[in-house]
Write a new protein. Sequence first.
Length: 340
Amino acid sequence: MKVLIAGFGSIGRRHFHNLLMLGERDLIFYRTQRSTLPTDELKDYVVETDLEAALAHQPDAVIVANPTALHLEVAIPAARRGCHLLLEKPIAHTLEGVADLRAAVAQSGARVLVGFQFRYHPSLRRVKRWLEEGAIGRPVHVRAHWGEYLPAWHPWEDYRRSYAARPDLGGGVVLTLCHPFDYLRWLLGEVESVSANLATLGDLEIPVEDTADISLQFQSGALAQVHLDYIQRPPNHHLEIIGTAGMIRWDNTYGTCRVYRASTETWETYTPPSGFERNDMFLDELRHFRRVVAGEEAPYCTLEDGIQALAIALAAHESSRRGRRIRLEEFLSTALEGGV
């Protein structure tokens, strides 16, 4: 398939290398030339700096991997032309324009896969299976914790100039580390309300929040606490689910998950296949995307999933500003009408 990659930062470069690993060679690039990564490896490829010129090559698919605040500027024109989209998370930094993307996709028939790669983690898939089997009864409380040290992410650049640290590019820890909002919905169902406290507490000299504690209430009645930060060293990302008949723990550092079944008073451990590494999630995502483009599979993480995850993140900001709990359905409906 002919693929246009929009953006050549860290994730755009990863998708480029992974497409080559999967045998794809018909690649085009749309760039603003602001990436801090070396670009010598693109010398044999067509690189356009104008979006219309890039889309004139009639790509079958577009990978939207530019900064968050610029996603919709690429996604909407591409969808209108019928290009299938791999749209990186979060899908935007605002809900303004999301209705236009919905309309473009509906009109052209373009298919959209949102890039929440943790849905392809074998241990989280096992967690989902345990929950569906009722291994721990009814989930009642969840704790998701993700702490990272922002300056260590991209050692080749000044982190203060990165999209993750800039409000104009959609930065801040809530949007940048929004994966738990997606995988918690995937595991536990729809979120009813959001309450949050956001703050800038570290010594990072950035104008966005670097710490967030967010409370989610699900339509099922289950409660979740999500902690996100740019400060923690060493990094740590883990999940704990308490149910009426046991509990589940997942640790991203080691890739393993464990379930405790109260009925047998025993622990069971699941370990990913030998050789599993982080990039395998992105490779599986691209394999799936190729099947989506070919019409062989429906998107595993849909545009509507991406909209819901974005709404949770923005509702967290709104809750922190207003100092009160936000009902998600009402917030999303109002925001899609007026833009937030």
